[in-house]
Design a protein around this ligand. Sequence first.
Ligand SMILES: C=CC1=C(C)/C(=C/c2[nH]c(/C=C3N=C(/C=C4\NC(=O)C(C)=C4C=C)C(C)=C\3CCC(=O)O)c(CCC(=O)O)c2C)NC1=O
Length: 242
Amino acid sequence: MYRPFLEHLETSLKERFELQPRAIPEGLECQLSERGRNPASIQSWCYQSPELRKIRYTYIDGGKGAQIFNGVLYPNHCYDVPLLGIDFLSFGKVKNLIVLDFQPLFQDEAYEAKYLMPLKELRDNYAELAQGLEMKFYDANQYFSKYLLFAKTDTETVSTRVLAAFKDYLDLYWRILADAEPLTTDVEVARVKQAQIDYDQYSAERDPAHGLFTSYFGSEWADRFLYEFLFEDAVPLAVQAH
Ligand SMILES: C=CC1=C(C)/C(=C/c2[nH]c(/C=C3N=C(/C=C4\NC(=O)C(C)=C4C=C)C(C)=C\3CCC(=O)O)c(CCC(=O)O)c2C)NC1=O
């Protein structure tokens, strides 16, 4: 269901960037599950380029029961550009959840004016996909912009409007990244680095997918996937306490 999204992302990345493969820890790149009602597979891709220090995306194919496409693009620490966050989920025909955002590293007005305002026009073009749903797991005021697409929608809309929105959001993201001026001081770069680390910690602690990974692939694999791949700069809480 989201394969055209994955293919579009991959093609446009390869057109624009000098991609180098970025290692995925052993055993986490792909996995098959026979536990659920339907067999499921999970596969991930990871790259880096001079502009983007980590490009990761994952596809879960659980047949009719679950189709998920998730990804995050992390700019190099010398750019304070937002992260690109993608989370598209379908559980059967009845539930399709779409989340797409330029995930801000900082919440001040200057940052918003610089990096998020350009999104407003796009969001307005896809107003039916910006449903302002309530967040149960995450905090809408942290690492989300006002202009995120966040919708529950039908399969037809996914293959038409959501795909069009995805292409437009990506095009704008590439433009913002291309126009970004690298930070010049160590202090500024360190601040971006810390904000990206904080994003990983925040995301690992709240990620609603842990249960899903556990049910398909077991809790040991789920923990490793979260802390060694998805949010590798996060420290597991149990370890942190020592
Ligand atoms: C492979 C990794 C991965 C998967 C499969 C994943 C799945 C995932 N994301 C969810 C919600 C969600 N996901 C997001 C947003 C994001 N989530 C993101 O990972 C990113 C990058 C964004 C930003 C665009 C939001 C806002 C919700 C709704 C959660 C809420 O209500 O607080 C849910 C709950 C769906 C439900 O309501 O039943 C799951 C299972 N999250 C993951 O990290």
